[in-house]
Design a protein around this ligand. Sequence first.
Ligand code: NI
Ligand code: MN
Length: 228
Amino acid sequence: MKYRLTWLGHASLHLQIGEYSILVDPYFKGNPAAAAAPETVQADYILVTHGHGDHVGDTVEIAKRCDATVICNAEISHWLKERGVKTHAQHLGGGHTFPFGYVKLTMALHGSGLPDGSYGGNPAGFLITIPPGEKLYLAGDTGLFGDMRLIGEEGLDLAVIPIGDNYTMGPADALRAVKLLQPRVVIPIHYSTWGLIAQDPQAWAALVREQSPAEAVVLQPGESYTRD
Ligand code: NI
Ligand code: MN
């Protein structure tokens, strides 16, 4: 099925799948690369990978205004519910069928403490299967791990992975990740938001094209990749 993925800066994404509008890690306030505003962005569902402020971001405000359901781990779900947000809790390895597709939580090597210091459970990535079977892997914040090979075995149409280094995989490990994941298309995120994670995405994309069959697509914040 056709889908459209828009990079909204840093790790924030918008996915349009059929009639459904899905936000991922909507962090706009305080995000120097933000390509959307929490007051106007639309969402039916919001996926939150982990508890850090640059991922939970404006979730509470947007979810309430849009009456969106937040899909996340049980600990973040509990925290959001206390703030009046509608949630659907899952955990690593568990999947659930939503109107737009089947969402499975995958492991991520990272932390997950919430902005107020509350426990945020384990960090996650998302593997989304869009009927009839197209698979999108959103890695979340993570270091390289060998079990990316298992995720790749599912057959990925698209992988969205961090390349910023310091907090997540850097370009070299992200290149190794592409070789394990073997996606048809890979899109880098979580870089150049701040100087500390400044990277050259075009240089990285050139290495991907040279060393793997994957098509590397570099977006600017606000730009979309459409799968017809
Ligand atoms: Ni993080
Ligand atoms: Mn992050």
